[in-house]
Ligand binder design. Structure first.
Ligand code: GDP
Ligand code: MG
Length: 460
């Protein structure tokens, strides 16, 4: 999401102590504008704005006692921020605030789950089907694919190639031109062979738009899918709502997958897709490789959308390698907005042990771009930072002495000592301190908004 929303939220933080109702209006308008710029559907933005406003006003009105009102006003920034986060998460959560929301379809073991993939040509269906098949096959499901895209030349070959790479069986035909017949034959064959996950690929394209939706209905009638998954290209922005609605009106969409979130997409289209189909997002696609598919988590998505970084994803990844207890303590500290150099050191050392650096680095909130490039290079930088921190005293690591004041001879002396001890230039130490400051700012922001700690867990 654009830096604008971050700016308006930051304004709340700094001006937090004397936010008046007029300022609240102004800030809500800014948030609304920022969400629209992030491709969130205009109607959704208005609903969200009203909900946040009434939530906040309700809170203020309920406080008759002036003393309490004053206390609440000083927390207004926090309240607004939290309300925005909560509303966005609710909009994205099945069974949440979306009227008539559907439950996530759960795959059943030992029986055929026929999954029909829908979406416009180029949305990423065939690519996502390969990722989806890979995901389930790896988890022990007997998986197969059916190619019912007879429109695009090479569609069958594309699926066949993926199928060979993944060792997932496929059904298709070079000669049969009727996608309905192929879909039906393929699905029936795989049901007979007791496949559990049977994925049907469709074309998403017809000579006429009406005919496309008719074709989808015919295929659906022929294969009786257990779940229809709509694949949505995140880069389509504001167009997503109408597209999703058109598919949903033709076929009973049950789940959504958003693709191409690795590019310049702003992510707001995800909210449109959920709203138009009343269906939950199940996965996000973030690249062209088979592994670039993540199960959807509303909390993580919203925190990324708002520019907080994917703290949940990062914590999950870190929990998988660290003992739960120290991580729990850290979460507690972070929820209070505390994050010392020593905490940063510990986090870096965990990240070093985790592998696929790039993905993880992307999850770290506030990670500056120059730390983001190629895995090797960023690992090297992290290691260098850790060597510098090794040359710090306990007091410095624990934030008990100031290392940030500029042009203070005492501070300069400490920085020179750390630089000498680690074989670095003093400017490199200063860069480390800048990185830490960014982390600290982000953590403090998250702590205040309740994005980390017990509450965030409970809301999951
Ligand atoms: P289909 O017409 O819906 O089957 O779309 P395809 O699966 O053929 O994908 C169209 C293009 O989008 C291909 O070049 C894919 O490599 C690309 N693509 C699909 N998903 C993603 C994604 O998550 N990220 C990126 N960067 N590209 C994607
Ligand atoms: Mg395709």
């Amino acid at each position: 999401l654009g830096g604008k929303l971050r700016d308006s939220l930051r304004k709340l933080q700094t001006g937090g102590h004397d936010v008046t109702k007029a300022q609240l209006q102004q800030i809500l308008n800014e948030i609304a504008r920022a969400l629209m710029e992030a491709d969130v559907n205009v109607k959704l933005v208005m609903t969200l704005r009203d909900k946040v406003q009434s939530k906040v006003e309700h809170l203020l009105r309920n406080e008759e006692d002036e003393e309490v009102t004053r206390r609440h006003s000083s927390n207004l920034s926090k309240t607004v921020q939290r309300a925005v986060v909560d509303e966005l998460v609710a909009l994205l959560s099945p069974g949440g605030d979306v009227k008539g929301a559907k439950k996530v379809y759960t795959m059943k073991r030992g029986k055929p789950n026929v999954i029909l993939f829908l979406g416009l040509q180029g949305a990423g269906k065939t690519t996502t089907i390969a990722k989806f098949a890979n995901y389930y096959q790896r988890r022990g499901w007997k998986t197969a694919m059916v190619c019912a895209d007879t429109f695009r030349a090479g569609a069958f070959d594309q699926l066949k190639q993926n199928s060979t790479k993944l060792r997932v069986p496929f059904y298709g035909s070079y000669t049969e031109a009727d996608p309905v017949i192929i879909a039906e034959k393929g699905v029936n064959q795989f049901i007979k062979e007791r496949y559990e996950v049977i994925i049907v690929d469709t074309s998403g394209r017809h000579r006429q738009e009406e005919a496309l939706f008719e074709e989808m209905q015919e295929i659906a009638a022929a294969v009786q899918p257990d779940n229809c998954v709509l694949v949505v290209d995140a880069t389509q922005g504001q167009a997503v709502y109408d597209q999703a609605l058109a598919f949903h009106n033709a076929v009973d969409v049950g789940s959504v997958i958003i693709t191409k979130l690795d590019g310049h997409a702003k992510g707001g289209g995800a909210l449109s897709a959920v709203s138009a189909t009343k269906s939950p997002i199940i996965f996000l696609g973030s690249g062209e490789h088979f592994d670039d598919l993540e199960p959807f988590n509303a909390q993580s998505f919203v925190s990324k959308l708002l520019g907080f970084g994917d703290i949940r994803g990062l914590m999950d990844a870190m929990n998988s390698v660290s003992d739960g207890k120290s991580q729990e303590e850290l979460m507690k500290k972070m929820s209070r907005g505390e994050f010392t150099l020593r905490d940063m050191y510990n986090q870096f050392s965990k990240v070093m042990n985790l592998g696929p650096m790039n993905k993880l680095m992307g999850m770290i909130p506030g990670m500056p771009d120059y730390l983001m490039p190629q895995g090797e290079e960023s690992t090297h930088r992290l290691r260098k930072f850790m060597v510098m921190m090794d040359s710090m005293s306990n007091a410095e690591l624990d934030g008990k002495v100031d290392l940030r004041t500029k042009y203070d001879p005492q501070v300069e002396k400490r920085i020179r000592r750390i630089a000498a001890g680690s074989g670095c230039h003093p400017n490199e130490v200063k860069m480390l301190l800048v990185v830490h400051k960014q982390f600290e700012g982000m953590v403090s922001k998250m702590g205040k908004s309740g994005m980390v700690g017990k509450n965030a867990q409970a809301r999951q």
